[in-house]
Design a protein around this ligand. Structure first.
Ligand code: ATP
Ligand code: MG
Length: 389
C-alpha cells in the first residue's frame, strides 16, 4: 500500500502575499529534516503539502517524529493513497486500519471531495465507508461528536487519500522567515527554552556560549552542545560559538566592585555576542532571562544589560514562571540535560551581595576603570565555532 504524509500549514496560511515563500521555506526545512531518511518529493495544494517518499523502506515513524518538530505546521498525518475508484477506496480503507483499529471503540467518517466529478457525493462516501467498517469490525460504534477515530477520505484531483486522526503540529512559523537571532546559551534550563521559543517565531539561530576554563569543565561545554543539539531538532542547523571568557571574568573579579560583578559580566557578554551576531548576520540577541528570577534580572539590571547590546534583546521568558519554563523544557527534552550539575561561568564568581538596583551611570563608571577592548578582541579571536544539527 502506498503511503504519504499530509501536512496542513499553520499560521503561515495567513501571511497573504508572503504565503508562497513561507510555504517554500517550510518545505525546505522539512526536506532537510527528512533527507537522512531517503529521497522525498513534495506537492503543494491549497493549504496542504503532500510528502511522497521515493524509497520502499522509508521509515514513516521516524519521519513523522521529525515532521512533528518542524515549525509552520498546524497538523499532519500519515495517509494511504488510493486510486479514484470507490471499490478500491473501500478495500484500501479496510486494509489501512486493519491493525490500528483495535485500539479504538468509536469512529466517524468524514469525506472531502475537491474533485466534484467524482460520482459519489461526500455524505454518500462517508456513509458507505462507515457501513463497510462496521460490517468488518463489528465492535466499532459510530460517534459523530467525540469519536476516538476520525477517518477522513479526501478525493483529490489525481488520487484519493485516506487518513486517521491528525497529529498536532509544532505550530509557529517556519525557521528562517523572521531573520536570524543569536541566543546566549548557558547550560541551564532557561536559555534552550528561549531558543526554542524564538525559533518557533521563525528565527534562524546561532548560539553563543561563554566558557571559563578551568573554572568550568569540558563536561559543561559538552552539556551546552547536547542542549544545542536538542534545540536544533526544532531550529535546524545552529552554529555554536564558544567564547573563552576566563580572562575577562578574572579581570571583573579583580578590578570591579563586587556588587556589580554580574551586571558588568552580562554587559560584556552582550557586547561580545553583538559582534558575533553581526558577523553571522543575526539582528537580535536572545536570552533566557525572566523578570525577578535572580539579581541580574531586575528591571534596573536588565536596563544596564540592554544598554550594552547592539541589537534588540529578545527575552521570550520574561513573564513566565519557572514551572511553566520547566514544562516546556520537558516537552522539548532539554530538562534532564539542563539539570546535570556542571558549573556555568555565571556561577563561578557570584557576588555575595549583588546590587539588585544598579544605576547605569555607576555601572558604566565601574566598568570604565578597565580597558576591555584588547581582552574582547582576544576572546573573539579565540572563539571556536561548531555546526550543530
Ligand atoms: P539558564 O537557566 O538559561 O542557565 P540562568 O537561570 O542560569 O539561565 P543567568 O545565569 O542569570 O540565569 O543567565 C541568564 C541568561 O544569560 C541565560 O538564560 C542565558 O541566556 C545567558 N547566559 C548565562 N550564562 C551564560 C553563558 N555561560 N553563556 C552564554 N549565555 C549565558
Ligand atoms: Mg534563568
Amino acid at each position: 500500500m502506498k503511503e504519504i504524509i499530509l501536512i496542513k500549514n499553520g499560521e503561515l496560511a495567513l501571511k497573504g502575499l508572503n504565503r508562497s515563500s513561507f510555504e517554500d521555506k517550510m518545505i525546505k526545512n522539512i526536506r532537510r529534516r527528512l533527507a537522512p531518511l531517503g529521497k522525498v518529493s513534495f506537492f503543494k495544494c491549497q493549504s496542504t503539502v503532500t510528502v511522497y517518499p521515493e524509497n520502499e523502506d522509508f521509515d514513516f515513524e521516524e519521519a513523522v517524529a521529525r515532521v512533528g518538530k518542524v515549525f509552520g505546521i498546524a497538523a499532519y498525518s500519515r495517509a494511504a493513497v488510493a486510486p479514484k475508484e470507490f471499490e478500491e477506496i473501500k478495500r484500501i480503507c479496510l486494509a489501512y486500519f486493519a491493525e490500528s483499529i483495535y485500539g479504538y471503540k468509536t469512529f466517524k467518517v468524514e469525506a472531502k471531495r475537491s474533485d466534484k466529478r467524482f460520482p459519489l457525493k461526500s455524505p454518500e462516501i462517508s456513509r458507505e465507508i462507515g457501513a463497510v467498517m462496521l460490517e468488518n469490525y463489528p465492535f466499532l460504534k459510530v460517534d459523530v461528536h467525540h469519536p476516538d477515530l476520525t477517518i477522513t477520505v479526501e478525493i483529490r484531483d489525481k488520487e484519493a487519500y485516506i487518513r486517521g486522526n491528525q497529529l498536532k503540529g509544532a505550530g509557529g512559523m517556519p525557521v528562517g522567515t523572521s531573520g536570524k537571532g543569536a541566543v546566549l546559551m548557558s547550560g541551564g534550563i532557561d536559555s534552550p527554552v528561549a531558543a526554542y521559543m524564538m525559533a518557533r517565531r521563525g528565527l534562524e539561530l546561532c548560539a553563543v556560549h561563554f566558557a571559563a576554563p578551568p573554572y568550568t569543565s569540558e563536561l559543561a561545554e559538552n552539556k551546552v552542545k547536547m542542549l544545542t543539539e536538542k534545540v536544533a531538532e526544532y531550529a535546524g542547523r545552529v552554529e555554536l560559538y564558544i567564547v573563552p571568557f576566563t580572562k575577562i571574568q578574572e579581570t571583573i573579579r579583580d578590578a570591579c566592585p563586587e556588587e556589580y560583578f554580574t551586571v558588568i559580566m552580562r554587559r560584556l557578554m552582550m557586547e561580545i555576542a553583538g559582534v558575533i551576531a553581526q558577523k553571522h548576520g543575526a539582528r537580535a540577541l536572545i536570552t533566557g532571562e525572566s523578570l525577578g528570577q535572580v539579581a541580574s534580572q531586575t528591571l534596573r539590571a536588565l536596563a544596564c544589560t540592554d544598554e550594552a547590546a547592539a541589537y534588540p534583546v529578545l527575552r521570550p521568558l520574561i513573564g513566565m514562571d519557572k514551572n511553566d519554563i520547566v514544562d516546556i523544557a520537558r516537552k522539548i527534552d532539554t530538562f534532564e540535560t539542563s539539570i546535570l550539575p556542571y558549573e556555568d561561568c555565571c556561577t563561578v564568581f557570584t557576588p555575595r551581595h549583588p546590587n539588585t538596583k544598579p544605576e547605569l551611570e555607576q555601572v558604566k563608571h565601574a566598568q570604565a576603570q578597565v580597558d576591555w577592548q584588547q581582552m574582547i578582541q582576544t576572546a573573539l579571536e579565540d572563539t571556536t565555532v561548531e555546526v550543530i544539527g
